[in-house]
Design a protein around this ligand. Structure first.
Ligand SMILES: NC(=O)c1ccc[n+]([C@@H]2O[C@H](COP(=O)([O-])OP(=O)(O)OC[C@H]3O[C@@H](n4cnc5c(N)ncnc54)[C@H](O)[C@@H]3O)[C@@H](O)[C@H]2O)c1
Length: 247
């Protein structure tokens, strides 16, 4: 049997209240891990935590408030112990026309899609390096490799996340810390179905992917657990695509 080594490990997941993150929280909890998750959606976060028992704790956090975020991570480590695994999952795939972007809206887009991934990593890395063990998993997207239109800020942030991954993997690897990036393709979450899944997009997904089935949040969560587990102990500095063979 695959030995994940995740039992009793402390996992911090951002964006865990809905979508893929919700399934990732559930999947780590099923491994016997202690899961703390951050999200701005208080109602959904509390609802999830209530159903998963005492090993799972929800914290209502706006990740774009960087100083408060850093303090919250320090307090969490004091209260619940060193963070062994960080999953940077939160994002907002807002659409915007290039000619409508302002300096303020550009900054907001990078803030919600890129900045917190760095600042969460910065907050947990010193302890991981001291412990000579730890894993960071950053959620990117195939959107930047594909060149998704009308989302230039989101796409730019997602490209940056791969650079961030390579830089941190190189820096922290000698201290035993692994850093990888997971790129979902089109994943059939509630939000995607509600906001973007038109019959035209469905046709595109089915014609572009090698596989003629939708990728579901559970498909992504399984790969996330694997990449953070001991089974992947030799994997770092990598980007793993979970896109049904789209790219
Ligand atoms: N679903 C897809 O098809 C798809 C495709 C490619 C990449 N991804 C990536 O996978 C990850 C998860 O995607 P998803 O579809 O589940 O997204 P989602 O929008 O359904 O969920 C994202 C979560 O982040 C939270 N969040 C947003 N802004 C926040 C803030 N300021 N502070 C705290 N939490 C905040 C939201 O409340 C939500 O719970 C994201 O990084 C996304 O870019 C998803």
């Amino acid at each position: 049997m695959l030995e994940t080594g995740l039992k009793a490990k402390h996992i911090l997941i951002t964006g865990g209240a809905t979508g893929i993150g919700r399934t990732v929280v559930t999947a780590f909890a099923a491994q016997g891990a202690r899961v703390s998750f951050f999200d701005v959606n208080g109602a959904a976060g509390r609802d999830l935590a209530d159903g998963l028992g005492s090993a799972v704790t929800f914290h209502e956090v706006d990740l774009t408030r960087t100083e408060a975020l850093r303090e919250r991570i320090m307090a969490l480590a004091d209260e619940a112990g060193d963070i062994d695994v960080l999953v940077n999952g939160a994002a907002n795939d807002m659409r915007h026309k290039t000619n409508e972007v302002t300096p303020e809206s550009w900054r907001d887009t990078l803030s919600v899609n890129l900045d917190h991934q760095f600042f969460c990593a910065q907050a947990v890395l010193p302890t991981m390096r001291r412990n000579r063990s730890g894993v960071i998993l950053n959620f990117g997207s195939i959107a930047w490799r594909e060149g998704l239109a009308d989302a230039v800020g989101y796409v730019t942030a997602k490209a940056g996340i791969e650079g961030l991954t390579h830089a941190l993997a190189r820096e922290a690897g000698p201290d035993g810390v692994r850093v990888n990036c997971l790129l979902p393709g089109f994943v059939r979450t509630e939000r995607q179905v509600e906001k973007w899944l038109t019959p035209e997009l469905q046709d595109e997904v089915m014609s572009r992917q090698c596989l003629r089935r939708f990728t579901e949040p559970e498909d992504v969560a399984g790969v996330a657990v694997f990449l953070c587990s001991d089974a992947a102990r030799a994997i770092t500095n990598q980007t793993v695509l979970v896109d049904g063979g789209w790219l």
